[in-house]
Design a protein. Structure first.
Length: 121
């Protein structure tokens, strides 16, 4: 199985890759081909999506439409911070996930992102 992953910010900066994936119940595990030594654990539930990056970068994000939820980032160089995510749109289909969100630091929107994930066979 393969996963295509596209992330784009409000300035149209894109990160796109296709990666081999394994699935364990409702979690897809695949290499983050945009950086070395990082794997993404994508967990899909009825109304929630969790994206956890593990490896040289550790990042935890939880998405639920209309909700502001805590998130965190830490890299191997020592950069570490907490932030929040306001998920403005979440669409969970059989083979596609669309996430629109704002990254909030101290209640102020710093960046807006769109993520499109396709589960390929």
């Amino acid at each position: 199985m393969k996963i295509s992953f596209l992330s784009m910010d409000q300035e149209q900066n894109k990160t796109y890759f296709v990666s081999d994936a394994v699935v364990n119940q409702n979690t897809y595990i695949f290499a983050d081909n945009s950086t070395e030594d990082v794997f993404i654990h994508l967990t899909v539930e009825k109304e929630d999506v969790y994206i956890n990056r593990q490896g040289e970068i550790k990042m935890s994000m939880h998405f639920r439409e209309g909700m502001i939820l805590p998130a965190s980032y830490k890299n191997s160089l020592g950069l570490e911070f907490e932030f929040e995510i306001l998920c403005t749109k979440l669409t969970i289909l059989d083979k596609k996930i669309l996430i629109w969100y704002d990254m909030l630091i101290k209640d102020c929107a710093t960046s807006s992102f769109k993520i499109a994930i396709n589960i390929l066979k």
